[in-house]
Design a protein around this ligand. Sequence first.
Ligand SMILES: [Zn+2]
Length: 249
Amino acid sequence: MITVFTAFHEQLQVFLRKDLRGAMLSKSLEHRTTVKDIIESFGVPHTEVDIITLNGRSCDFSCHIEDGDRICVYPFLENLVIPGAQHLQERILPRAQFVADVHLGKMAGKMRILGFDVSYRNDYSDEELADINRIEGRVLLTRDRYLLMHNSVRYGYLVKSSDHLEQVAEVIRRYRLLDELKPFTRCASCNGELHGVTKAEIDAELEPKTRLYFQRFARCAGCGKIFWEGSHFPRLIELIRRLSETCAS
Ligand SMILES: [Zn+2]
């Protein structure tokens, strides 16, 4: 029998059962296993963990535990410094591309309006989400912590808020994306890229009032839908203003 002791940083305590919070947690096992398995056995997905120490030394998820080991687990925090410690999560993404789970449709739409590449369907299965994450390297955005426990999930983020705007702000804060906004470049409906078109090119498709009042247009390369600045702009500018405020706070 092997017994190990695990302490979670206070910001990870929210994942623990209430009666386990605030304590050094012991776990007895019949076989050796990895640090990842121990951490996730308490309900904390590995994607929420940035630094681990094993008996005071930095380690990664694949380290095997021994009897009497002490594990300390830290979340991703901007200002957390543990000298010599290995960071297990990306500070900045190689590519800001995402796949969102079926509960995050409104958040996905808002992110697309801001120009982010977000793959989303309201019928993605867990297996499809994990496959897209693994094959395309898209960051998996989900409210399901158990989905993030899949071994194959390299980049993932557990969305905490139930408010759509705050959800977008969470992702922007986590991956430092405030400077990456490219509004009016992507279709909120299908994630296709928008390309500018002249009024003459699409004249026959416009409603009379749209033709009369608006001059700048774009067409979605995915679904063909036409957008004009008046269709989204006031709401878009308000969205960016509010996001800038919430991300700065
Ligand atoms: Zn489209």
